[in-house]
Design a protein around this ligand. Structure first.
Ligand SMILES: *[C@@H]1O[C@H](CO)[C@@H](O)[C@H](O)[C@H]1NC(C)=O
Ligand SMILES: *[C@@H]1O[C@H](CO)[C@@H](O)[C@H](O)[C@H]1NC(C)=O
Ligand SMILES: *[C@@H]1O[C@H](CO)[C@@H](O)[C@H](O)[C@H]1NC(C)=O
Ligand SMILES: *[C@@H]1O[C@H](CO)[C@@H](O)[C@H](O)[C@H]1NC(C)=O
Ligand SMILES: *[C@@H]1O[C@H](CO)[C@@H](O)[C@H](O)[C@H]1NC(C)=O
Ligand SMILES: *[C@@H]1O[C@H](CO)[C@@H](O)[C@H](O)[C@H]1NC(C)=O
Ligand SMILES: *[C@@H]1O[C@H](CO)[C@@H](O)[C@H](O)[C@H]1NC(C)=O
Length: 484
């Protein structure tokens, strides 16, 4: 901290003032570890912008190396080897742990520093066999996937008449029809944050009114008859009933049948169950800082996935551009002043447990976290960076993003909340995420469609270039980013 404060104040005051100021400021900091979580009003924004402009050549060198040089195609090739070898990686499975062992080995071979796993306690939900058989008006196997954390049915299944609703409001209106029924939700696709409420809470709302199971239209912007799974949440106060998603096409068909007044009967069988918690690991690697090794710029994505597809998009892409940021810096022989740390989270899909437990373990050092970045919304063609932080931090980061012209990713946006690394932001640590042309992300999300075929080698290079330039420059600036 002391070093940091000295650097920070250097611009505004002569050297004579520093010892006095440092002592004064340190004595003003309550007990926050002696670290500089306080405001730093005395730096010179213009000077920092000039400092950033001086990184133009190294930024160009990084982008050229990633996009046209010997790292060209590397991110895609590394991810393809990984996903083709391991396929999908649900927490609780030995396969995920094997893939983490493989990653740790690869990261060591890549010459990165301090490569290690950090234990995380994860829920262990097991899908088992499952089916939703339409019995009336005709026999037909509905395309379905149970939702994460759902309970199972008795072995003989649950056979019941179904009603179809298109919203929670309609369910409430028709509450007298719900007891003993399976409720099918055919809510329209609006957007992920809006529509996902149906996946999350269908079971709770259904059980509250006496329904016996819920089937939710997949939360997807487009469908080729594929179910899209995901986590769902029970309430302690409400009976736990089985809940699954069904393909958009099947939800629409059931809605048409219901609208005609046709009686619908479904037999739902699910072996889903929750086993005792197990241990997984966050995967960590670093390029150790040369001047302030204790200060950290963190880049991240998650390595776990749902148990369908290959988890190549969600979130193999985000995890592997984060590896690439460190790998490129190492391959170019660069060594930033601060430590660049990559974390591939585990347990993101089951409630963000890996990133939460990482925060709990490391939060005492929050004042040493300079910037925390996460990519978990696709690695399609990038167009910029979204950041959260104080106004001055945003100004500083904006001028870094302006260096991304060669990869056409100069859009800078002040972000809202909702990021998985938000715990750090509450402690005042600036946060960032990748802006990319992910308009089709929810076509593939949590489905068998999430494979390497969604990824494009050149787009991944562009994303890796953005990720590397931003994280490297922030890690190498004379000062940490100013806090709120
Ligand atoms: C890569 O090479 C192409 C063709 O020479 C050039 O147009 C492009 O600007 C280069 N990209 C980067 C990031 O250097
Ligand atoms: C991590 O978990 C494994 C069991 O999976 C255990 O053997 C090991 O001691 C744990 N390590 C730490 C540091 O807690
Ligand atoms: C699940 O179904 C498969 C194929 O129908 C069968 O081989 C397997 O034994 C079933 N598993 C359980 C636990 O019933
Ligand atoms: C609920 O019922 C009220 C009163 O009958 C009606 O006006 C409203 O449109 C219904 N809402 C839905 C979503 O069905
Ligand atoms: C906090 O940072 C110090 C200095 O880098 C390091 O030695 C220590 O292990 C860190 N503690 C945690 C919990 O991350
Ligand atoms: C930050 O900027 C916003 C909009 O530019 C402004 O409304 C706000 O007052 C600023 N906050 C501070 C602390 O200067
Ligand atoms: C640069 O990005 C913008 C917006 O993302 C896009 O409209 C434009 O076509 C891109 N330019 C090139 C040369 O790819």
């Amino acid at each position: 901290m002391a070093l940091n404060l000295l650097h920070t104040t250097r611009f505004a005051f002569g050297g004579w003032f520093l010892p006095i100021l440092a002592v004064l400021l340190v004595s003003l900091v309550p007990v926050s570890n002696g670290k500089s979580l306080l405001k730093r009003p005395n730096y010179d924004l213009q000077k920092i912008k000039e400092e950033i402009a001086s990184y133009k050549d190294v930024a160009n060198k990084i982008m050229d190396f990633v996009v046209n040089g010997s790292a060209k195609g590397q991110t895609y090739n590394r991810l393809a080897l990984f996903t083709d070898t391991f396929g999908n990686r649900l927490v609780g499975t030995q396969n995920l742990e094997n893939s983490i062992d493989f990653m740790l080995d690869q990261l060591k071979k890549d010459g990165l520093d301090n490569v290690h796993g950090e234990n995380v306690t994860v829920p262990n939900w097991v899908r088992g066999n499952e089916s939703a058989m339409l019995l009336e008006p005709r026999r037909y196997n509905l395309i379905m996937l149970g939702l994460g954390s759902s309970v199972g049915t008795p072995p003989e299944g649950i056979t019941a008449e179904a009603i179809v609703v298109s919203s929670f409001d309609e369910l409430t209106n028709r509450s007298s029809e719900v007891p003993g029924k399976i409720v099918v939700f055919n809510q329209p696709w609006v957007s992920y944050p809006v529509s996902v409420a149906y996946r999350d809470f269908a079971a709770v709302h259904t059980a509250q009114l006496g329904g016996v199971a819920s089937l939710v239209r997949s939360i997807a912007g487009f469908s080729i008859h594929s179910p899209h799974t995901g986590w769902q949440d029970y309430s302690d106060k409400v009976k736990k009933i089985p809940t699954a998603c069904i393909a958009v096409e099947d939800a629409e068909m059931l809605a048409r049948m219901a609208a005609r007044g046709t009686k619908i009967v479904i037999q739902l069988k699910m072996q889903a169950k929750t086993l005792p918690q197990s241990i997984s690991r966050n995967t960590v690697a670093e390029v150790a800082g040369s001047v302030h090794p204790e200060q950290v710029v963190l880049v991240s994505g998650h390595l776990d996935s749902w148990d369908v597809g290959q988890g190549a998009m969600d979130d193999g892409g985000g995890a592997f551009i984060s590896w690439q940021a460190l790998s490129v810096v190492r391959q170019l022989g660069l060594r930033p002043k601060r430590t660049m740390r990559m974390v591939m989270w585990t347990g993101e899909e089951v409630g963000g447990v890996g990133s939460l437990q990482y925060y709990q373990r490391h939060k005492a050092n929050a004042s040493n976290y300079d910037l925390v970045m996460e990519s978990d919304m696709g690695t399609f063609t990038p167009y910029g960076i979204e950041m959260r932080g104080s106004n001055d931090t945003l100004e500083i980061l904006k001028s870094i993003v302006e260096l991304l012209g060669p990869v056409n990713a100069t859009t800078f946006r002040k972000g809202e909340d909702g990021l998985d690394v938000s715990y750090w932001e509450k402690d005042g640590v600036p946060g960032g995420s990748l802006l990319n042309h992910n308009e089709h992300y929810f076509w593939f999300h949590h489905s068998d469609g999430d494979t390497m075929s969604v990824q494009d080698p050149h787009s991944m290079d562009l994303c890796a270039a953005v990720w590397t330039v931003v994280s490297y420059i922030v890690a190498d600036l004379d000062n940490m980013l100013p806090r709120n």
